[in-house]
Write a protein that binds this ligand. Structure first.
Ligand SMILES: Nc1ncnc2c1ncn2[C@@H]1O[C@H](COP(=O)(O)OP(=O)(O)O)[C@@H](O)[C@H]1O
Ligand SMILES: [Mg+2]
Length: 274
């Protein structure tokens, strides 16, 4: 089970993404990015964070530690922002926390180079979980102490929104043309060879055990949390076997960030007027 803490102070909202996560301090003196059960996207987003975060870390990727956070909405009473007030009011009880990485920077492909082996691991992992939220427009990658960290796995595993067509979901190809790490020649073949054999039933069973029961009860079409956990294991296990052959890292269609404006290229290339 994930460790459990209690929020003692709401510090500030993070307005970059869409779900309005907030920074909170907890009774273990830790600072966390809190993802709220009352947010528009609902508890499925939090389940996805748990499954992908715990799985990614086991595969050797850097994902901040996750905790369960108990929230008494009373800590938000002095919050002047109406939207934040509403969110806290709607999120009493169990929420998800991610260790806050102080001083981390948003990943910028012009300022931080990633090796093709590491890029391959991240792209293969994103293909496995069907992550549609790691594009160059919105990388959901942080650089902290000179290393790449993965955040925001809420928009993954689209199949868990309906649980229909699971065979097709397990076989669905992954287009990584827009992926934030596509410019770094991701070696997906090497990643598949290294990572696919590590996705075993035992490993996945361990991972899904960390999903709080509260977020799995009353799932339509399932006979309780154990059956839902089993479904996550089955799709991911099947997907892991073949997804490596179904990743496209083609030419990016739109204008990507590597096309720096001229005034910036002066600094990047170190020669004026290019
Ligand atoms: N663990 C963390 N440490 C530091 N900053 C974070 C962390 N998690 C998220 N952030 C910051 O908060 C922003 C929003 O968080 P994110 O998980 O991407 O939520 P959203 O669903 O709103 O996109 C991120 O883009 C990043 O700048
Ligand atoms: Mg985000």
């Amino acid at each position: 089970m994930l460790p459990e803490v209690t929020a003692v102070r709401y510090v500030t909202p993070l307005r970059e993404g869409g779900s309005l996560p907030g920074i909170v301090e907890a009774d273990d003196l830790g600072t966390y990015v809190m993802k709220f059960t009352g947010a528009g996207q609902g508890r499925k987003t939090l389940v996805a964070e748990v499954v992908c975060g715990q799985l990614g870390r086991r595969l050797g990727l850097r994902v901040p530690d996750l905790v369960r956070i108990q929230l008494d909405p009373v800590i938000g009473l002095s919050e002047p922002d109406q939207e934040v007030q509403e969110l806290l009011k709607a999120s009493g009880g169990l929420n998800l926390g991610m260790d806050y990485l102080p001083g981390s920077l948003g990943f910028d492909p012009l300022a931080f180079a990633v090796g093709s082996a590491e890029a391959g691991h991240v792209v293969w992992f994103d293909a496995l979980i069907g992550n549609v939220d790691r594009s160059w427009r919105n990388p959901n990658l942080l650089v902290w102490h000179g290393r790449l960290w993965l955040i925001d796995h809420g928009a993954t595993m689209i199949w868990h929104h309906s649980w229909r067509g699971l065979e097709a979901a397990a076989a669905k190809p992954y287009d990584a043309s827009d992926h934030a790490l596509a410019p770094f020649a991701p070696d997906v073949a090497a990643a598949a060879e290294a990572l696919a054999p590590r996705i075993t039933e035992e490993l996945l069973t361990e991972v899904v055990a960390d999903i709080p029961d509260e977020w799995l009860v009353d799932e339509p079409g399932f006979d309780g949390p154990a059956a839902v956990r089993r479904a996550y294991v089955e799709v991911l296990l099947e997907r892991a076997a073949t997804v490596g052959e179904k990743i496209t890292v083609g030419e990016r269609a739109g204008k990507g960030p590597s096309q720096a404006p001229d005034w910036l290229r002066v600094w990047v290339d170190g020669k004026a007027g290019t």
